[in-house]
Design a protein around this ligand. Structure first.
Ligand code: ZN
Length: 379
């Protein structure tokens, strides 16, 4: 069983510590996304340590399709497979099933769909998702849910959320059974439940109350950043998060921009993940405290400053904007690697700054300055 301890609060913002079998996580935390057990852009687990990553996130669906969770189980689990001794969170596969996979059929038992790699038919339900995640042996497993589109009608969302609740109960029983098996890689595997309900506050609140009654290790807000506006997202966090257990981690899935993260911390969220920093980096869009810059821009051709003055990432400590721009234009793989290292460092370091501000009791002032600097675009 994990231990979650709130160290300090400012308004609804939480500064906490989460002890797991793979080490203690300081929150608020940003989980670095390694879809197929690797960060896209040639960034290894050794690099992750250097850029301050506390938790790596891998995708159940991708690893199930390739190389297969049974293979990873045989090799001793995902930690050993990718040489990473800190916490790993695996998603349930649900999001990919509903967004990536081709033709699919949802039933009470689960979902039948075609693999996006080779088209073969796969069935995944709550039990299958738990078995795959148990094979992987991640620190935190996510419950299998349906993520309805933001614009879905109430008449679709309500029955979907009810089914997600029944699936959550099945996930909890199955994980309990799996954790007791002899050949289970991580017998202390934790389970986070997921709140759904699209943009309907009342459905979200009711669902939050129902899932809070289960003794889970953490609670996520899912189904946001899927097409609704930022204002809608903040409104849903304002209405829903107060109904999730405060004494458990609160995870906002797939969000978001630096400003989104600071706003969500203010609303009580303390776990985040997002592909923005790594995906944007691969296209040369780099984060600084004064906004985003595009390194491919001609004005950086002769710029011998680092991406951001004072940044302690491996790219900024050693290379200039001019050099990185040249690598990007020349299509050198090193360009992507340096850009991804910088952006992930920026996110991890931003969380460290947020934690520092909460520790000092000055998060409100930090938030105001952070957002105004970031939006100044004065790069
Ligand atoms: Zn940097």
């Amino acid at each position: 069983m994990a231990e979650y301890k709130i160290i300090k609060m400012e308004g609804r913002a939480k500064r906490a510590e989460f002890k797991t079998v793979h080490g203690t996580v300081q929150t608020p935390v940003f989980m670095n996304v390694g879809t197929a057990a690797a960060i896209k852009g040639a960034v290894s687990t050794l690099d992750l340590k250097e850029i301050g990553c506390q938790i790596e996130l891998s995708n159940t669906y991708h690893l199930h399709v390739r190389p297969g969770d049974e293979l990873i189980h045989k090799l001793g689990g995902i930690h050993k497979f990718m040489n990473w001794d800190r916490p790993v969170l695996t998603d349930s596969g649900g999001f990919q099933v509903f967004s990536l996979a081709g033709l699919r059929k949802i039933k009470e038992e689960g979902v039948t769909f075609h693999s996006h790699v080779d088209g073969r038919i796969i069935f995944m339900g709550p039990e299958e998702s738990m078995r795959i995640q148990s094979h992987l042996g991640s620190t935190i497993a996510m419950a299998f849910d349906e993520c309805p589109p933001a614009k879905a009608e109430r008449s679709y969302v309500q029955p979907s959320v009810d089914r997600t609740t029944r699936w959550l109960n099945r996930c909890a029983s199955e994980l309990k059974r799996l954790n007791a098996l002899e050949d289970t890689v991580n017998k202390d595997q934790l389970l986070f439940g997921i709140n759904q309900g699209a943009v309907y506050d009342d459905i979200r609140i009711e669902h939050a109350k129902v899932i809070s009654e289960l003794e889970l290790d953490g609670y996520a807000v899912g189904g946001l950043a899927v097409g609704e506006t930022h204002e809608e997202m903040y409104r849903i966090l304002d209405s829903t998060v107060p109904f999730l257990p405060k004494d458990k981690p609160t995870y906002l899935m797939g969000v978001g921009t630096p400003v989104n993260i600071v706003e969500a911390v203010d609303r009580g969220v303390d776990f985040f993940d997002c592909v923005y920093p790594s995906r944007n980096a691969r296209h040369g869009a780099l984060y600084t405290h004064k906004g985003r810059l595009n390194i491919k821009n001609a004005k950086y051709a002769c710029d011998d400053r680092p991406i951001e003055e004072g940044c302690q990432c491996p790219a900024c400590k050693n290379y200039s904007r001019a050099y990185i721009r040249h690598l990007m234009i020349a299509g050198e793989m090193l360009a992507m690697r340096l850009c991804v290292l910088h952006n992930l460092y920026f996110y991890n370091h931003m969380m460290e700054e947020i934690r520092g501000a909460l520790d000092e009791g000055c998060f409100a002032g930090f938030k105001k300055k952070f957002i105004s600097d970031f939006e100044s675009g004065n790069v």
